[in-house]
Design a protein. Structure first.
Length: 477
């Protein structure tokens, strides 16, 4: 019994051993892997991709080029949304792929890259992904460096500092930099790449005319890349008409100011820095130009007109005329005229290019118009006439000691004209208003007037008494 059981165990062991020999072990599936050669290049370069461990059932594989970093098991259009499908191929019966593709210029596929939008390929790190055609899951990843340089900024004027960042060059090698084919001074003076083939340097834009220029970088391994830099027009302003001391402008003149080289689509403030007046506020166009029209204002002399976008500031000169207006002609009162205490003054209008013209009036007790003799002074008069107010009325003056008056004009540029020839007049103690064109009236002393009034009262009383007495006499008769 025991022997039978031992025999059965030996039989099973022999059978299993035979099965182990007869049935070969199934090979383990290897993970998909890819390798790029070279793993650094420029746009348009042909890159070889070799892979192992892919399916052998003739399932196609898709090869993508993307700027977004991902990993195995991430998905295209889910995790990776900007890419370019660069190739399709079918693995060999041994699960190998051997294909090549060209580094694309743009990434115009994917959720964020399609529908008319695209991302330009520039110098930097990119990623090659491989998926099966029937699945968006990433099976293999390889990193690729696009050799290139980045300029910051990409445009400017002579003297501007430009930073150059390079990637994908030879490791720890010297680098030369040229602008339009000519060497330029750089910082640092000797440029070398780091252990990853990257570098950063800067240079000043040379003094050249406005145009597009090539900035070229080449390393000791023969790798070279170009990028375009645009030298823009230096900011500047001009005004029309141009004014000089011989041909100055005037208040109210229409001035056109034009500017180039300013920030695009930016607010431009035009200021007279001499007077502090803001003359205009406008907006530059997409090419950094602007134009605005304003009226000239301010005092006589040279004015500095400033245009600024907050960063760029440029100035231009404007000359305001300094020609004083002519002397006014005195019209009323005439010389040695007697007038009322609230005197009415009238003089001729004065014309001038710089409007408005205002007037100053002085009345003095002496013809030399010393400060102590000034009895009345008015400035900023906008009309060529003035009537003395009740509070300003003048004290009576004898004909032998008249008042003197004069007027001068001041134009809009604050140019003071000369004083007119002085006129004279006197004010009686009591006089009715005498206006221009009216005949002069004879005046009488105040005491005589009161005497006549008293006599009138006496006569009235006498006549009343006489009439009453006569009426009484008539009743008695």
């Amino acid at each position: 019994m025991k022997c039978n059981r031992i025999c059965r165990i030996l039989a099973v062991t022999v059978v299993l051993s035979l099965l182990g020999i007869a049935i070969p072990a199934a090979p383990a599936l290897a993970a998909e892997e890819i390798e790029l050669s070279p793993d650094t290049g420029e746009i348009g370069d042909e890159i070889d991709i070799d892979g192992d461990g892919f399916k052998t059932d003739k399932t196609k594989v898709y090869i993508y080029f993307s700027s977004q970093e991902g990993a195995v098991y991430h998905k295209i259009d889910n995790d990776i949304t900007v890419y370019k499908l660069v190739e399709k191929t079918t693995p060999s019966v041994s699960g190998r792929i051997d294909k090549s593709f060209n580094v694309p210029e743009i990434l115009d596929e994917g959720i964020d890259g399609g529908y008319g939008d695209f991302e330009e390929v520039v110098g930097g790190n990119y990623y090659v992904y491989v998926t099966y055609g029937d699945n968006d899951k990433i099976e293999a990843v390889a990193e690729f460096t696009v050799r290139g340089i980045e300029l910051n900024p990409t445009s400017g004027i002579a003297g501007d500092l430009v930073e150059v960042t390079g990637v994908g060059f030879g490791e720890e090698v010297g680098v030369s930099l040229t602008f339009d084919g000519d060497d330029v001074f750089t910082s640092p003076a000797s440029i070398e790449t780091d252990e990853d083939g990257n570098f950063t340097a800067s240079f000043s834009v040379p003094n050249v005319v406005a145009a597009a220029y090539d900035v070229r970088v080449e390393d000791e391994d023969g790798n070279d890349v170009e990028a375009e830099f645009t030298v823009a027009v230096a900011p500047g302003v001009s005004i029309k008409p141009v004014t000089t001391q011989a041909a100055p402008g005037y208040v109210g003149m229409n001035i056109t100011i034009s500017g180039v080289g300013f920030k695009t689509n930016s607010s431009i403030t035009v200021t007279d820095t001499t007077s502090g007046l803001v003359l205009a506020v406008t907006t530059s166009s997409i090419d950094g130009t602007f134009q605005s029209i304003f009226e000239a204002d301010g005092r006589a002399g040279e004015h500095t007109i400033t245009a600024s976008d907050g960063i760029n500031t440029r100035q231009v000169s404007f000359i305001m005329e300094s020609q004083a207006p002519p002397k006014p002609l005195l019209l009323w009162p005439d010389d040695d005229t007697e007038t009322e205490v609230q005197v009415y003054f009238d003089w001729g209008n004065v014309s001038d290019d710089s409007l408005p013209v205002t007037y100053a009036l002085q009345v003095a007790s002496g013809g030399d118009f010393t400060p102590s003799s000034i009895m009345l002074e008015k400035t900023g008069l906008t009309e060529s006439e003035y009537t003395v107010t009740q509070r300003e009325k003048l004290e009576p003056a004898e004909e032998e000691a008249p008042y003197y008056w004069r007027v001068r004009a001041i134009d809009g540029a604050s140019n003071d004209g000369e004083w007119s020839v002085a006129g004279s007049f006197y004010v009686a103690k009591s006089v009715e208003p005498i206006l221009p064109g009216q005949p002069e009236r004879l005046s009488q002393p105040g005491w005589l007037i009161y005497l006549w009034i008293g006599l009138g009262i006496v006569v009235a009383i006498f006549v009343g008494y006489w009439l009453r007495k006569r009426a009484t006499h008539s009743r008695r008769v």
